[in-house]
Design a protein around this ligand. Structure first.
Ligand code: SF4
Length: 306
């Protein structure tokens, strides 16, 4: 734990801008103001990721962090920010990028290897035809995402063990966490979101979400400016999860009409008061009388001493 707490990007003189191995053309088109804005955005993301790593003890000395790279804006950003922090962190950790090629029709196989070789990151492309399994097992008209995600998770977690990864890093951000919170409340009858750090059910993998404090809009802008070679996420032909889409739009509207609301809601996820909710497992409501009697006895003792 101590090693992870020492990992403090606030104390390091991190250079501005992307990693030195970045293709030179990436930010060429920006004028001086644009470059300043980019540097601010880059610093903000780096600070937020660094803080999340510290707050949740995500990365320790000697960790081998497997970054799950889908080819979307979030995972590219995650890899880039971690690479950047890695150069300045007082703890040593290694990064390995892993993409799961799910054999979706039209998946551009060359894109990720070319990108990863260009930036000099160790990587693996894991080939598993989950696409056919999902198509075969899911009844016509039903959404395929639940089974697809389960199979993907299983493949990636298993592979992490194979390559000796001690952490599995996923690119979920603040909005993903809040969307999950509302989906669980609206449809699942439970008050739970997506934790920044998680031990897998079988205890074999430690999963981390270093982008937990980052706004999706910041990530989208960073990905746009970095010109990441994005692979579209609709190759499978599945309809987007309608419920998640509705929640996503609700949050996006709040972000526009009530600035600061999402920030406050995220803070709420980190600041839970079990005695002010109604979960009998989390708080001993039945024991309140006993507590009350104890308090009264303590008060009487104090009065007697006076
Ligand atoms: S959108 Fe397609 S690839 Fe993504 S989780 Fe759903 S089924 Fe899988």
């Amino acid at each position: 734990m101590q090693d992870a707490l020492m990992f403090d990007p606030r104390d390091t003189a991190a250079p501005d801008g992307p990693s030195p191995t970045e293709p030179a053309s990436t930010l060429e088109g920006l004028d001086a103001r644009g470059k300043r804005e980019f540097n601010k955005l880059h610093k903000r993301l780096r600070r937020q990721v660094g803080n999340a790593i510290i707050d949740y003890g995500m990365i320790h000395e000697g960790d081998r962090v497997m970054v799950c790279l889908s080819g979307g804006k979030d995972s590219y950003t995650l890899l880039e920010i971690l690479r950047n922090l890695q150069r300045n962190a007082p703890v040593n950790f290694s990064l390995v990028a892993v993409n799961l090629d799910q054999k979706q029709p039209g998946f551009p196989e060359h894109v990720l290897p070319a990108y990863l070789e260009g930036i000099g990151v160790e990587y693996h492309i894991l080939e598993r035809d989950t696409y056919s399994v999902v198509k075969e097992k899911t009844p016509e008209g039903k959404t395929t995402c639940a089974l697809c995600s389960r199979l993907r998770r299983g493949s990636l977690y298993g592979f992490a063990e194979e390559i000796g990864a001690t952490k599995v890093a996923l690119g979920h951000h603040r909005e993903d966490i809040l969307e999950t919170l509302f989906l669980n409340m609206f449809f699942g009858g439970s008050l739970k979101a997506m934790p920044p750090k998680l031990l897998s059910d079988d205890g074999r993998n430690m999963v981390i979400r270093p982008l937990a404090y980052c706004r999706e809009a910041d990530i989208a802008e960073f990905a746009r400016l970095m010109d990441f070679p994005i692979i579209p996420c609709n190759l499978c032909g599945s309809q987007p999860n309608l419920q998640r889409q509705v929640v996503k739009e609700m949050l996006a509207e709040w972000e526009t009409t009530h600035p600061g609301r999402l920030e406050s809601m995220f803070k709420a996820v980190t600041n839970v008061a079990p005695s002010q909710l109604a979960d009998r497992e989390l708080f001993d409501f039945a024991g309140l009388e006993e507590k009350q009697a104890q308090r009264q006895a303590d008060r009487i003792d104090i009065h007697q001493e006076l």
